[in-house]
Design a protein around this ligand. Structure first.
Ligand code: ADP
Length: 392
């Protein structure tokens, strides 16, 4: 039994054939630079990576090429027991508080939500449309925002003029919800408790933090779009919105330029010249002043969110680090936890240095809060949610 998980971007298709029971990724691949003069395709099966450069004009050609690879290299989809396709969709607005079977109506709703996620939903939709054409199994959409539909109004509503906010559906929808849900459930399983006050730190290229009480999200750092919140690879995160007015009036920048500046030229990249945390750390280790400062700003913002979410929840039981930086950057974890020492949160230095793919505790046993590393797996979460939907 398998599920094909598809994450379709504006010029890319990421895919994984997943066994939702064992959690194994049976085949993994990526099509990049779709629509450019040459596209690049990687398909990994049974530990062997196959790479191709090929002209792929659109997502339809891209997916056809991938399905061909499954035939040629394996596994044969018909024999791999494919039961469903799970599609990652960024924005589900207020329409979806969980995964949904793709019908024509659901498809059209995803399209209707495009103004709220102009960079993402149209690209996700392209993947859904071509996959429905080519793969005759049930298709399920899993939304990045769904887990945050439980946010209370006081956390979801901006103090923006009510009429304007409601007319244009401006509110905090959050993002990375599939990961925050997966990780918070793992923490509950690991601790054997479902009555926890949790903070989940998803620190990848994009980064977000959530506050979860008894399994339900009560606050999160991403807002109308994934721009709000933490310092990210190329995004500013929180910033006074008046900076936009200022740069428009004084700097003469237009909306497109500002969008690009805030989303693509800021964050670690804008501060230190590199968006990849490993590169920033290497620079800082070599004495680069701006890289060190970028790390300090990154940690400062994280600590600020942890403190405020502990206050919002009226207590804190666990902190979970996840995603590329959260799972791998032991120095960052140490810097963050050190700043929380005055609250009785204590790091077990040795445990923090151990490399492993398993969930593990990195706080001391007498720490006031249990600190964990929890490897996330969004593809597996999507595959499991797809199976849940089709078995109903
Ligand atoms: P995405 O948001 O693209 O899924 P990931 O979750 O893969 O991103 O995280 C990518 C980030 O993780 C990059 O900034 C990368 O530098 C960082 N990262 C990966 N391994 C390490 C490591 N060993 N130390 C520090 N950062 C790491």
């Amino acid at each position: 039994m398998t599920v094909l998980v598809i994450n379709s971007g504006s010029s890319s298709i990421k895919y994984q054939l997943v066994d939702p029971e064992s959690g194994d990724a049976i085949a993994v691949g990526l099509v990049e630079q779709i629509g450019e003069s040459s596209s690049h395709v990687k398909h990994t099966y049974q530990g062997e990576k196959h790479e191709y450069d090929h002209v792929l004009a659109d997502h339809g050609e891209g997916l056809r090429f991938v399905l061909n690879l499954f035939e040629k290299i394996g596994p044969q989809l018909s024999e791999a027991g494919i039961k469903a396709v799970g599609h990652r969709v960024v924005q589900g607005g207020n329409h979806f508080d969980g995964p949904a079977l793709v019908t024509d109506e659901v498809r059209d709703l995803v399209e209707e939500l495009a103004p709220l996620a102009p960079l993402h939903n149209p690209a996700n939709l392209r993947g859904i449309d071509v996959a429905r054409e080519l793969l005759d199994v049930p298709h399920v959409v899993v939304f990045d925002t769904a887990f945050f539909q439980t946010l209370p109004e006081e956390a979801a509503r901006y103090a923006l003029n009510r009429e304007v906010a409601d007319k244009y559906a401006v509110r905090r929808y959050g993002a990375h919800g599939t990961s925050h849900q997966f990780v918070s459930q793992k923490v509950a399983e690991f601790t054997g408790r479902d009555d926890l006050k949790q903070i989940v730190l998803h620190l990848g290229n994009g980064a977000s933090v959530s506050a979860v009480v008894n399994g339900e999200a009560v606050d999160t750092s991403m807002g109308l779009t994934p721009l709000e919140g933490l310092v990210m690879g190329t995004r500013t995160g929180d910033i006074d919105p008046a900076v936009i007015f200022h740069l428009s009036r004084v700097g003469g920048m237009n909306v497109g330029e500002l969008d690009n500046l805030f989303n693509k030229q800021s964050g670690l990249k804008g501060l230190a010249g590199e968006n990849d945390m490993r590169a920033v750390r290497a620079l800082a280790n070599g004495g680069d002043k701006f890289a060190r400062e970028a790390l300090d700003i990154y940690v400062h913002r994280l600590v600020k969110y942890i403190g405020s979410y502990a206050a919002v929840m009226g207590g804190l039981d666990t902190i979970a680090f996840t995603a590329g930086i959260g799972e791998n950057d032991e120095l960052l974890r140490a810097e963050v936890i050190e700043r929380l020492n005055s609250f009785g949160i204590k790091l077990n230095l040795e445990a923090n240095g151990v490399r492993s793919d398993d969930i593990r505790q990195i706080s001391t046993d007498d720490s006031s809060v249990q600190v964990l590393i929890v490897p996330t797996n969004e593809e597996l979460a999507i595959a499991r949610q797809a199976m849940d939907v089709i078995s109903k």
